[in-house]
Design a protein around this ligand. Structure first.
Ligand SMILES: Nc1nc2c(ncn2[C@@H]2O[C@H](COP(=O)(O)OP(=O)(O)OP(=O)(O)O)[C@@H](O)[C@H]2O)c(=O)[nH]1
Ligand SMILES: [Mg+2]
Length: 235
């Protein structure tokens, strides 16, 4: 099975080396570091450690993930994780198992089911993720607990979803389109640690509120768009 790992980065020189070193080499076919305009040497470190670096000058977390998905070379499975060493790359087998066993098309690493180090997720992030998960359960019938960044999916399924969200919406768009499309989404517990380096999205109040608002409104918008299209609600 060919497994491509996509890691979006913007100035993660302090952590990218540890992320790459911890990836289980025997399970990974290729690693793509999708970098946006880092000025701290992140792409140089990544390529020295054997990753393929894709330069994506357009900012946006989702944009970087989309560029990675498009650039992966004939993968069976694509895995996404962050470059700040919040996720533990050594836990990759936990995400791959339901897919290789044929039980899942997409797996989501839940930080709220897993072991969280103190301070890894501030209360407003815990609250925001639980709220989004509850709304997804009510509107879509899918039982999940978190919208964490460490996730995997069959490449053919991810490509069939025609993902297009270039910013905060990326994390939730996979889940909404995946479940509406009848694909099997399985959540597995993963651990989560305080990031190394400087916070970029969730560390600021503006970033958190902006992301939360965007994600919650997307969950509602997709629901009504789907209903207007006259399609049945998934069981
Ligand atoms: N290529 C690319 N990567 C990005 C961009 N913004 C963030 N990233 C990377 O995406 C990953 C997730 O971003 P984080 O800054 O960790 O976001 P977060 O986990 O919500 O919040 P903090 O960890 O508190 O900053 C990290 O590896 C970032 O370097 C971007 O515009 N382009
Ligand atoms: Mg982070």
């Amino acid at each position: 099975m060919r497994v491509s790992v996509v890691i979006p980065t913007h100035n993660e020189a302090q952590s990218i080396g540890r992320v790459l070193a911890d990836l289980p080499a025997n399970l990974v076919t290729e690693v793509l570091v999708v970098d946006s305009n880092s000025t701290d040497g992140t792409p140089e470190i990544a390529s020295k450690m054997g990753a393929r670096v894709l330069h994506e000058p357009r900012r946006g977390y989702g944009r970087a993930c989309l560029t990675g998905l498009a650039g992966a070379s004939s993968p069976d499975v694509v895995v996404f994780l962050d470059g700040d060493y919040s996720d533990r790359p050594s836990e990759l087998p936990i995400l791959l198992a339901p897919i290789t066993d044929g039980r899942a098309d997409i797996t989501l690493g839940s930080r709220l089911q897993g072991r969280r180090a103190a301070g890894a997720l501030p209360w407003h992030q815990v609250f925001g993720n639980r709220l989004a998960a509850a709304l997804i359960k009510v509107l879509y019938g899918l039982k999940i607990s978190d919208l964490g960044p460490f996730r995997a999916g069959r490449a053919d399924v991810l490509r069939a979803l025609a993902l297009e969200e270039t910013t905060y919406g990326w994390a939730v768009e996979i889940i909404l389109k995946g479940t509406l499309g009848g694909f099997r989404i399985v959540e597995v517990p993963v651990s989560y640690y305080p990031r190394i380096g400087k916070s970029k999205i969730s560390g600021t109040l503006k970033g958190t509120v902006g992301a939360a608002w965007f994600i919650l409104s997307l969950i509602v918008r997709y629901y009504f768009r789907h209903r207007r299209a006259g399609m049945p609600r998934p069981a």
